[in-house]
Design a protein around this ligand. Structure first.
Ligand code: CA
Length: 426
């Protein structure tokens, strides 16, 4: 495990509470009001560094990066496909260019003018063209909570759960960027006391606090990614809110799992924090010796990450959001390397830009439950808001905000936020 370089400073001022110091340098795709095409950028402080401008000047060329033209693409897919040596090379070049003792960018006012935009002036877009989206169910606490509610305490975890990183294929077409409004979906539900289902807007709308990772080079059909090589295929991570309609889910999920209750919207944060930036926060995950996991799922080293997570909710009536839950990625029973190794062990191909969701990240404490379903214990308890309102599930006009941050020796590596507002059914 590497330590964080606390001596590193940029010539760009970074406020102490910023998620984006020079030690982070997450990638995103943005559009300015004057540009006709999207560009690739890196977040530093409250700025976006436009990599297209740097590439045009030849500042991002050489070695694994070739002529640097991959940074003039409208998505990160081509850069993701290049693999870890290229990611490390780019990080090294960008770190040098942004250092306080490096004059190339610092002392060139014209170049700085062209290459920096205020984050508040740009529109963030999806960072990649997402070909496939897979969602796991990897939090033991979440699976146990849901299992107790649906099947009782004695059968909370399904017999396969401690052997298999359970997942399902989601829908890539409805992955949306933070800030996108989400209309309440309509569908079939069956009230518990009714003989037949009814059709209409979902009445049990929920969020799911998740994180996701983007695939790098990936694997060819018929081959697999061994767990030891998984880090070479994981580009970086984002925050994920996997919106869920619990009443639609309850009626449709037997026998093939969730379908329309999950695939209407999945919101992600715009900045992809690289695994290189997260390396100082790699840590041990939960013990996996009861039962022992199959050799193909055994991590050769620590593969969990210590990332503090928060969920905030703001109703239409509120002036500021309330924090309603906290959690941490380190609670996940199955880590990102295990998820990728498992997903490809049968020869299924993962491709650059594919998105993998962790599943809802709940912790052991009551305030560490990553969904309204758990916070309200299936609607039997109320979540109190500071203005006197209460919630069992989400109401129209509610804005859900998730944020994530790691901190070590005074340096914050953050994800910013993912936010979305639930609109009335259309
Ligand atoms: Ca989910």
């Amino acid at each position: 495990m590497t330590n964080i370089d606390t001596t590193l400073r940029s010539f760009i001022d970074v406020a102490p509470d910023s998620h984006f110091p020079i030690q982070n340098l997450p990638y995103g795709v943005f559009k300015t009001s004057s540009s006709s095409t999207p560009g690739i950028g890196v977040a530093i402080s409250d700025q976006v560094l436009d990599l297209g401008v740097l590439a045009e000047r030849g500042l991002l060329a050489g070695g694994e990066l070739g002529d640097g033209e991959i940074f003039r693409e409208p998505t990160l897919n081509a850069f993701m496909a290049l693999g870890r040596p290229a990611w490390t090379a780019a990080r090294s070049i960008l770190t040098t260019l942004l250092r306080n003792d490096e004059p190339v960018l610092r002392d060139d006012a014209g170049l700085r003018d062209a290459a920096f935009h205020r984050q508040s002036d740009v529109e963030m877009l999806l960072p990649a063209a997402i070909g496939d989206y897979t969602d796991f169910y990897s939090s033991r606490e979440h699976a146990t909570n849901i299992g107790i509610m649906l099947r009782g305490k004695d059968n909370a975890l399904q017999p396969n759960w401690l052997h298999i990183p359970v997942g399902y294929h989601g829908r890539a077409s409805s992955v949306v960027i933070s800030g996108t409004d989400v209309p309440r979906p309509k569908g079939q539900t069956k009230p518990p006391d009714a003989d037949r289902p009814i059709f209409g807007p979902s009445r049990l709308m929920d969020f799911e606090l998740e994180m996701g990772f983007f695939v790098g080079p990936g694997n060819r059909l018929g081959e697999s990614i061994p767990i030891a090589a998984a880090p070479d295929h994981i580009f970086g991570m984002v925050l994920v809110n996997d919106w869920s309609a619990r009443d639609i889910q309850a009626w449709e999920y037997v026998p093939l799992g969730p379908f329309l209750s999950k695939n209407f919207a999945t919101s992600i944060s715009p900045w992809v924090v690289t695994m290189d930036a997260l390396e100082p926060f790699r840590c041990a995950g939960p013990a996996q010796n009861d039962p022992e996991v199959f050799p193909y799922l055994r991590s050769p080293d620590d593969r969990a990450y210590d990332i503090h997570l928060e969920v905030l909710l703001q109703s239409r009536e509120m002036d500021a959001p309330d924090r309603i839950a906290t959690s941490n990625l380190r609670y996940m029973y199955w880590n990102v390397s295990q998820q990728l190794a498992h997903h490809t062990v049968n020869g299924c191909n993962a491709r650059p830009g594919d998105l993998y969701g962790s599943g809802t990240i709940s912790g052991p404490e009551k305030h560490e439950r990553g969904s309204m379903m758990e916070l309200s214990w299936r609607g039997t308890e109320s979540v109190q808001l500071s203005n006197g309102e209460e919630r069992k599930f989400l109401a129209d006009g509610d804005t859900v905000i998730m944020s994530g941050c790691c901190e070590k020796n005074g340096v914050k590596i953050g994800f910013g936020e993912v936010r979305g507002t639930l609109l009335p059914a259309g």
